[in-house]
Design a binder for this molecule. Structure first.
Ligand SMILES: C[S@@+](CC[C@H](N)C(=O)[O-])C[C@H]1O[C@@H](n2cnc3c(N)ncnc32)[C@H](O)[C@@H]1O
Length: 285
């Protein structure tokens, strides 16, 4: 049973959930991703849309980047599920709502959400309070990636089958983890069954951002530090690929954020466009 004092949502997870809801509420259709369940889980004060980090104009690039990565991941999971993969592992799941939004696909999968114990206990409670419940196919696995523990053992104890392939994703997490913790996580995934896929986002060092996006990253870095969740790790694509290869992921490639921008935002009339700064590692086992 989690300590009531630590049973609270992670502020970074709430922020990205609110950005996903903002996209539906303030951006014109077509929406790249539709998710207002995270907003209902978070249940912020009435004035949440006036928070400075929700400003529709100045934070539009972050909002777009967050829905772009969510869409990319969801397309990947749907594709993998179509190929018969039936295990989905969400590392640092936060207020992910795939299991609630896409029950027709989730029911064909076992979904493992991995996150720190306190935020996860909070989410479990909120899912029950909102009537979603915790279906048998959704397994909440409490883990702290910084603690030197084998989260794969926890996963297996929760019903994960290491002999069968899985799709594993981690979005918006590596910047909060030490390089050692991420290397250890990559090493564990490298031993997953052949046919598994990993998609993991990482933040780029400031010098690799488009000029226009640097002040925004600086502001969010300061905000992250002030709210007690500092960004501790940035990677160039080459560094992330090297980390993956050293961890045993031989088949790893870099997916730039600009590719997601092209894929999902190319023809928008409202000019909404993801900011640069977050790229992906895509690896197959
Ligand atoms: C920015 S949120 C991203 C949530 C979700 N992946 C998304 O994209 O909406 C970062 C998540 O990483 C989790 N996290 C951060 N450090 C962690 C750690 N050491 N162990 C486990 N989870 C961690 C937080 O609790 C939070 O849910």
């Amino acid at each position: 049973m989690a300590d009531q004092r630590t049973e609270a949502p992670d502020s970074t997870a709430v922020r990205v959930a609110l950005w996903r809801a903002m996209h539906v509420q303030v951006d014109s259709p077509p929406h790249v991703f539709e998710d207002e369940i995270g907003l209902r889980l978070a249940a912020p004060d009435d004035g949440w849309r006036r928070r400075p980090d929700m400003d529709p104009l100045t934070t539009s690039g972050f909002r777009a980047a967050v829905v772009a990565r969510a869409r990319f991941i969801e397309d990947l999971v749907v594709e993998q599920a179509g190929q018969g993969v039936d295990q989905y592992v969400v590392l640092g799941a936060g207020l992910d709502t795939f299991a609630q939004r896409r029950p027709e696909i989730a029911s064909r999968l076992r979904v493992f959400e991995v996150d720190r114990p306190g935020p996860q206990a909070w989410k479990r409670r909120r899912l029950i309070e909102l009537g979603h419940g915790i279906p048998d196919g959704l397994r909440l696995v409490p883990v702290d990636f910084e603690a030197d523990e084998s989260w794969t053992e926890r996963l297996i104890a929760a019903g994960f089958d290491p002999a069968r392939p899985a799709v594993v994703v981690s979005t918006g997490v590596t910047m909060y983890l030490t390089r050692d913790a991420t290397a250890a996580t990559l090493g564990r995934i490298a031993s997953f069954a052949p046919g598994s896929t990993l998609a993991m986002t990482f933040l780029l060092p400031t010098e690799l951002l488009d000029d226009a996006d640097r002040p925004g990253l600086q502001a969010s870095e300061e905000g992250a530090r002030a709210s007690g969740t500092p960004f501790v790790s940035f990677y160039t694509p080459q560094e992330m690929l090297a980390l993956a290869q050293e961890a045993g992921l031989a088949d790893a490639r870099h997916v730039p954020g600009s590719l997601l921008a092209e894929r999902y935002f190319a023809d928008r009339a409202d000019g909404l466009r993801p900011s640069s700064g977050e790229d992906l590692l895509l690896a197959t086992i």
